[in-house]
Ligand binder design. Structure first.
Ligand code: ADP
Length: 192
């Protein structure tokens, strides 16, 4: 299986690149942000739980997020692999993911980190907020809080995967296809 964690701060382009990667490599895309937004829209119990955190740009508690992620993976028993987008975001999530995958006799192949400077991220997210109507993209202070939460709680995962020899940085600035090519090169190197 090819299991990729697509990593990077809010606005790094994970969603956009995930859509291209799943086509290229025939993978299943799992975005915890999209899953939460789906629950929110349908006003499920989980959506109600998540809303307060999302509105503030904070992380939803691990136990809620991990349960939701595992349930989604289990819905795809025949997948050739997965792109994890927006997950894991904390050390407990990364550990839970390793345990969960090893229970299925598989593992994370690679973490690909998309990098971009904070001002570029804020600019992209404000622009996205205008089109998407996403509340957490329409307010600069919430955007900056998400980036802060990323720096404080999520960025450490670079170390977690580095230690496993699975961490690769890809420049996230440039055209969509240019960045996609960089990601493909990193993935294709695995096979050689
Ligand atoms: P972005 O990466 O642009 O901030 P996402 O769509 O990935 O946006 O996530 C939106 C919100 O959903 C986050 O701010 C957070 O509240 C919640 N969320 C998504 N993934 C996770 C996760 N793995 N752990 C905790 N909360 C999450």
């Amino acid at each position: 299986m090819l299991n990729i964690v697509l990593f990077g701060p809010p606005g790094a382009g994970k969603g956009t690149q995930s859509e291209k990667l799943i086509e290229q490599y025939n993978l299943v895309h799992i975005s915890t942000g999209d899953l939460f937004r789906h629950h929110l829209k349908n006003e499920t119990e989980l959506g109600v739980k998540a809303k307060g955190y999302m509105d503030k740009g904070e992380l939803v508690p691990d136990e809620v997020t991990i349960g939701m992620l595992e349930e989604k993976v289990n819905q795809h028993p025949d997948a050739k692999g997965f792109i994890f987008d927006g997950f894991p975001r904390t050390a407990p999530q990364a550990e839970a993911l390793d345990d969960f995958l090893s229970g299925k006799n598989t593992k994370i192949t690679l973490m690909l980190a998309l990098g971009a400077a904070e001002e570029e991220l804020v600019k992209r997210l404000l622009l996205r907020g205008k089109d998407s109507g996403r509340a957490d993209d329409s307010d600069e202070s919430i955007i900056r809080n998400r980036i802060k939460v990323y720096n404080e709680q999520t960025a450490i995962l670079a170390d977690f995967y580095s230690k496993q020899g699975k961490y690769e940085v890809v420049n996230g600035v440039g055209g969509i296809d240019e960045i996609f090519n960089r990601l493909c090169i990193a993935i294709n190197q695995l096979a050689t």
